[in-house]
Write a protein that binds this ligand. Structure first.
Ligand SMILES: C[S@@+](CC[C@H](N)C(=O)[O-])C[C@H]1O[C@@H](n2cnc3c(N)ncnc32)[C@H](O)[C@@H]1O
Length: 308
């Protein structure tokens, strides 16, 4: 049975949405899309105020390629039935046998393809291939040595980041609130052969700032925020106050348009002076969630460089 029935009563809201989607062991079908509504005024303002509007040119300057070509997720219904019969996902750690079955130990690209395949059947809150390519383009351009990630889930974005490090000295310190997620992330990172470069701490990003600072050993070159959206601003301010953010630090944040982090965007807005910020358009990553009336919302990642 393809269900999330084993998921505990402590499941997060998204898990409940997903469980609602999987009523049978058939792969849910995507409903025909409704005609697109025009963007809201808030979004229009948000998108047009930025100095650098996102465009294909902007994205390709970050090394983004055609993600659909790379993440092949078209799966026949037979294959889906076989998949659901064998891989009954209910807990985060159930992804581990799948990854070990589908990839070689020490091959981060193989691990990431296995993640993509698994998540195409069980959509959940990972960064998704399109946004991951934006992130890795930034990593390749920035060549960071000291990196921080808040919100690691099962390690997908962390493996993308660390596998694109240029310097052998580069390190990534991750903070993940949910211990079950952190444990799986560590095991996935280990299977990808990146344990010596990635450390996963458990806790709330804002409360682990001093530990992160001590582990990073100074200011960070790159910070990636992908946790609770209302936490982005207080946690960034805590990192600024702790000295983790310095002139030249790049801060990337996901979902700043949808679900949205308006107070955070105001803080890093180029017009406010301390950061130079661009928005990089990418569709909301849970577009695989099939649901009546589902329409993939417009979203973006923000890319900010501290200039003061
Ligand atoms: C969207 S998921 C992260 C996805 C991940 N970056 C990836 O690409 O696979 C958000 C994660 O943030 C974690 N989280 C939520 N609030 C947090 C906080 N205050 N500090 C650290 N992690 C948090 C959640 O437990 C969840 O695993």
């Amino acid at each position: 049975m393809a269900s999330l029935a084993r998921a505990g009563s402590d499941s997060r809201p998204l898990d409940r949405v997903l469980r609602h989607c999987y009523k049978s062991n058939e792969r849910p079908r995507r409903s025909p899309r409704r005609k697109k509504k025009s963007s809201s005024r808030r979004e229009d303002l948000l998108f047009t105020r930025r100095q650098a509007l996102f465009s294909l040119a902007t994205l390709s300057s970050f090394g983004v390629t055609d993600s659909k070509a790379r993440a092949s997720t078209s799966i026949s219904s037979n294959a889906a039935a076989e998949f659901y019969a064998k891989w009954r996902y209910a807990e985060p750690r159930d992804i581990l046998p799948f990854i070990r079955d589908r990839s070689e130990r020490g091959d981060p690209n193989g691990v990431l393809l296995a993640f993509d395949e698994f998540f195409s059947m069980y959509p959940t809150y990972h960064l998704g291939r399109e946004k991951a390519e934006i992130l890795t383009g930034i990593v390749r351009n920035t060549k960071p040595e000291r990196c921080v990630e808040i919100g690691t889930f099962l390690g997908y974005s962390a493996i993308h980041t660390a596998s694109n490090f240029v310097s052998p000295e580069a390190r990534l310190v991750c903070v993940e609130f949910e211990p079950r997620h952190a444990e799986v992330a560590r095991e996935c990172v280990e299977w990808a052969g990146l344990s010596s470069q990635v450390e996963v701490l458990v806790g709330e990003g804002g409360k682990r700032v001093m530990d992160v600072k001590a582990m990073v050993g100074g200011s960070a070159d790159l910070i990636f925020l992908d946790h609770c959206k209302p936490c982005y601003l207080p946690d960034l301010i805590a990192m600024e106050e702790a000295g983790l953010v310095a002139k030249g630090t790049v801060v990337v944040a996901d979902n700043v348009v949808y679900p949205g982090a308006p107070d955070y965007l105001r803080h890093v807005d180029t017009l406010a002076g301390a950061y130079k910020t661009e928005l990089l358009e990418a569709k909301f990553e849970y577009d695989q969630v099939w649901r009546e009336d589902w329409e993939t919302p417009k979203d973006a990642m923000s890319y900010s460089v501290r200039v003061l």
